[in-house]
Design a protein around this ligand. Sequence first.
Ligand SMILES: C=C(O[C@@H]1C=C(C(=O)O)C=C[C@H]1O)C(=O)O
Length: 433
Amino acid sequence: MSSPLRALTVDLGPVEAGGTFDDLASALNRAEALCWVRRGEGHLGFGEAARFTTRGPDRFIEAEAWWKQFTLDADVEDPLQHPGTGPLAFGSFAFSKTSEYASRLVVPEIVVGIRAGRAWATQLTADGRRPSERELRAAVGRWTAKPEPAASNGAHLRVRPGRLGEQRWMGAVASGVRHIRAGELEKLVLARDVLVEDDGGIPRERVLRRLASAYRDCWVYGVDGLVGATPEMLIQVEGRTAQARVLAGTLDRRDADGAGPGYAERVLAGSPKQRHEHQIAIESLTTALEPFSEALNAHDEPFILELPNVFHLASDVKAELAEIEGHVPTPLALVNALHPTAAVCGTPTKVAGDLILELEELDRGPYAGPVGWLDGAGNGEFGIALRGGVLEGTTAARLYAGCGIVEGSLPEAELAETWAKFRPMLEALGVER
Ligand SMILES: C=C(O[C@@H]1C=C(C(=O)O)C=C[C@H]1O)C(=O)O
């Protein structure tokens, strides 16, 4: 059976200051837009041509099989042929194979993208209709138009405790440390949630725009109710090159302010505890990536990633992918092999995963799961859904944040770290803390 998918990509020309799109975030004016933006570039998706949902341990492989079938024999007109043009889907996956959250691929009707200073748009149809350039240009204008300013003034904002209150969550951290001291595992990542309510309504598009302007070095994602700005890249595939950004080791900027130059380097790069935690995270990624790679390199020295809320100890890993049985591994095949990394689960993975379920008492849903996009040519980017939350209805957002726990971890310090990690979302929602 041939695919019903048709795609038409149109070049919209170079982006210019004051032009139609000088920054992709300026086109983010619709509450339901699908979003993947960093430093003004990326993709926005509007409308819905198709959707696939699944749950369980095979969620990545099932999504991969669906996408492959869906794009097979697609009728594609794409003069640009670079990563992201032609057929494209946004994806969000549950952290856990036992989660209630439906992992999903969403194929928008219209994609607007910017890459290397050039804008384009794609129209996708799955119902036999032939996309037309005239219709596509008109749809882009409609979907990206600026509406009248409106919405909440943030006067009704409340932050409520989530599944575990602060005391009980610190108890869970202390318990995690005991399991580590007993030699059952080396590292464990424990997360918690808080609920932000705004009776005036939460304007999703404004949250995304604020994240995109404040966190320019992060990947700002929006897939259905899931929104956030992650600094951590699980895997980015472009042709045969794969890249990842591993983070582990965190310092609240508020603790570093006024401490003088070099403080973050001393506290993060100079601390054996932080270096150890970071090393575990890199090894978990490189061990999983190695079987797919011809060449793999990670810098020996991690660098300090400076974000508006925190500093992280960071390492970029780059791999030249190997051809396996004549095929380069796809982004979702790699996600399947890499998720969950020690950065969001722990080591050993199985012991940490079981303890997370027991101690957090939380369904993480899409938090700490892969989020991103893929195209029909084997390119894609999947970040780890951190520094984000899930909108619940129109007036609430559940935010999630976690910390890597090792032998020397202190519950109070970890609690403070979760507040620093909630900050991007709290600020985007208008909460002052
Ligand atoms: C788990 C989170 O962040 C992860 C944990 C880190 C740490 O413990 O130092 C740093 C970055 C992320 O890998 C989160 O933001 O929720």
